[in-house]
Design a protein around this ligand. Structure first.
Ligand SMILES: Nc1ncnc2c1ncn2[C@@H]1O[C@H](COP(=O)(O)OP(=O)(O)OC[C@H]2O[C@@H]([n+]3cccc(C(=O)O)c3)[C@H](O)[C@@H]2O)[C@@H](O)[C@H]1O
Ligand SMILES: Nc1ncnc2c1ncn2[C@@H]1O[C@H](COP(=O)(O)OP(=O)(O)OP(=O)(O)O)[C@@H](O)[C@H]1O
Ligand SMILES: NC(=O)CC[C@H](N)C(=O)O
Length: 543
């Protein structure tokens, strides 16, 4: 005897905290899967009802009542299809990260996540108690196990499901993006499929949530590790998987396998989605940024336009005495090329007025970075004033290399609400700019080729005060992302004085990062939830 059944992977962009809105999206998706796609099961992502990560919203006393209402409503509104849904649940004073199968008005089975991630950006042990039991439920005669995200990264839940008689595993995920994450996911799922001798259907959410982006990439993999279906990255959709089984085996039929994007393309689309969702989900009409003629603001502008459309983006060039003619030309050329709103607001009168007022206070003291920071602060003040008046969000442009060493001015170029390149090292800023120009002309070539300069002093170049970016980025990668000590980085071949200088700057500038805007995380270690150092500290980082 053999049978088939269709499962739909719901790769949706849900909104954290918006249980009613998410419920509406899920009802609509379930009806569509049932009526238009002939599906018997629709699989949603982890904590799909409240969105992921809900953080301390989980501690609000009304979370349980709202969840109960939504689950009842979902079960009673849609019949004729099995809905596998994620939610948070409180019982006997404990809170669990759950998945349940709802069908025809009732809850057929439920499962509590067993492996709670508590590393990198995850802190699920703050909120949840781990479950202990497998959940295997028969759907149309096929015994199906449930598991939730981190469960698939460990062997035990699969082994347990197999012992409990499961022949297929459904896995609900909220797995955030970092570079090359999809390959990691597929390697792990492949290992579990082979160990368990059963196929796995893995559904991930999609969309930006503060510093995190979830890139989707939902997949269906056969027991032998062959990929049957892969949903595209960074796109919402309902993706069907056909399951065929008999007494001997369960097989997922070959379906659409989306191509894996190249590294630059994957990062670029994650950054675009990060901006689009931060702006959209927080209700901003548009964004504005200072456009200097340099590469950071140029790439930020291109990403903003790709995320929101030129009409919702404003670029402001704010020249001072050190702004070169080339910068003015390039900023205007790019603004015209992309069709954004563009304005030139000279800051000289403001800077001079500040300096006049401060002249008696500064009497007898020479010029230093104070005067440079004042220029950056005049620009920040103008941008924030426009934001206050129009409601547009100010995008900041600091890249990971600058944010690491504090090469940015508090309340100056750091003033703003979302830092698009916060986790993008400068060397990758160059690669992403080149990549973007392969899609269509977006960044003038001269902006990419000229040596980076803050233009805060005559003939200033970034590399006068910092090591060359490839060197700086390598030291930062070893120190920040790999947690190596200064001595280990020196042993790896870097100049000792340079390493000590960079490490010292990273440590010293913790206070700046603590006041910095949020920005999309694309590496395994961003300057956000997953790197928490004290500001006030006597620790020496030599070894
Ligand atoms: N531990 C601590 N906790 C809290 N606050 C602390 C602090 N230590 C200093 N501070 C405060 O921070 C101030 C220093 O910070 P801040 O005012 O930002 O100024 P600062 O870091 O001294 O100077 C900014 C640097 O960034 C460079 N820059 C600026 C703008 C753009 C770019 C670029 O190319 O993108 C580069 C600029 O050339 C300069 O080297 C101190 O005067 C003090 O008020
Ligand atoms: N003349 C300017 N007009 C408008 N904005 C400016 C100007 N100069 C600096 N900014 C803003 O301040 C940010 C920091 O600029 P700065 O030139 O000091 O350093 P940068 O990190 O090399 O950035 P970029 O590569 O964009 O020039 C810029 O990205 C831009 O948003
Ligand atoms: N929500 C989770 O359990 C995610 C953890 C998992 N290892 C991931 O990043 O894919």
């Amino acid at each position: 005897m053999s049978a088939t059944l269709r499962i739909v992977m719901a790769q949706l962009n849900l909104r954290v905290g918006d249980i009613a809105g998410n419920l509406e999206r899920m009802v609509e998706a379930a009806r569509h899967a049932r009526d238009e796609m002939d599906a018997r099961i629709i699989l949603f992502s982890e904590l799909s009802l409240c969105g992921y990560p809900p953080e301390d919203l989980l501690l609000r006393s009304s979370m349980q009542a709202r969840t109960e209402r939504a689950l009842q409503q979902l079960a009673s509104t849609v019949s004729g299809i099995h809905m596998v849904v994620g939610y948070a649940w409180q019982q006997d004073g404990q809170r669990y990260n759950m998945a349940a199968v709802l069908a025809d008005g009732s809850l057929l089975a439920s499962y509590a996540k067993q492996q709670l991630p508590n590393y990198q950006v995850f802190d699920e042990k703050r909120y949840f108690t781990p479950g202990s039991d497998a959940c295997v439920v028969e759907i149309d005669g096929l015994p199906v196990a449930l598991s939730i995200c981190e469960d698939i990264w460990h062997p035990a839940p699969m082994a347990q499901a197999r012992t409990a008689g499961a022949r297929l595993m459904l896995n609900l995920n909220a797995s955030p993006f970092h570079m090359d994450k999809q390959n990691e996911r597929e390697a792990v799922v492949r290992q579990r499929c082979v160990e368990g001798g059963m196929p796995v259907i893995y559904v991930n959410q999609v969309g930006g949530q503060d510093e995190l982006v979830f890139d989707g990439g939902s997949l269906a993999m056969n027991a032998d590790g062959r990929l049957a279906v892969r949903a595209p990255a960074c796109a919402e959709g309902l993706y069907p998987v056909d399951v065929h089984w008999d007494e001997q085996q369960v097989e997922l039929r070959q379906g659409g396998v989306a191509e894996l994007p190249e590294l630059e393309a994957s990062v670029y689309q994650a950054l675009v989605m990060g901006v689009r969702d931060y702006v959209g989900k927080n209700g901003f009409p548009g964004v504005l940024l200072g456009l200097s003629g340099g590469i950071d603001s140029a790439l930020t502008l291109a990403i903003a336009v790709d995320a929101l459309g030129a009409d919702r983006v404003e670029a402001v060039m704010m020249p001072y005495h050190y702004t070169s003619g080339m910068s003015l030309e390039d900023a205007e050329a790019q603004a015209r090329l992309l069709g954004v709103h563009y304005r030139v607001l000279p800051i000289a009168p403001m800077v001079e007025s500040f300096m006049q007022t401060l002249a008696p206070v500064f009497a007898g003291r020479g010029r230093d970075t104070t005067e440079e920071n004042l220029q950056a602060r005049c620009r920040g003040t103008l941008l924030m004033a426009i934001s206050n008046k129009t409601g547009a969000l100010v995008l900041t442009t600091g890249n990971k290399s600058e944010v690491a060493v504090g090469y940015c001015t508090l309340y100056g170029d750091m003033a703003g609400g979302f830092d698009v390149l916060k986790d993008v090292p400068k060397t990758l800023v160059f690669r992403l700019s080149e990549f973007r120009n392969t899609l269509s002309a977006a960044i003038p070539q001269r902006v990419i080729e000229r040596p980076p300069s803050a233009e805060l002093a005559p003939d200033q170049k970034d590399e006068d005060s910092l090591p060359a970016y490839p060197v700086l980025d390598d030291i930062l990668r070893l120190y920040v992302e790999q947690d190596l000590s200064a001595s280990a980085i020196i042993a790896a071949g870097h100049d000792p004085d340079m390493v000590r200088k960079v490490v010292r700057l990273v440590d010293l500038n913790e206070y700046k990062r603590r006041q910095a805007a949020v920005g999309t995380r694309i590496t395994q270690r961003g300057f956000g939830r997953d790197r928490r150092y004290p500001i006030t500290s006597g620790w020496r980082m030599d070894d």
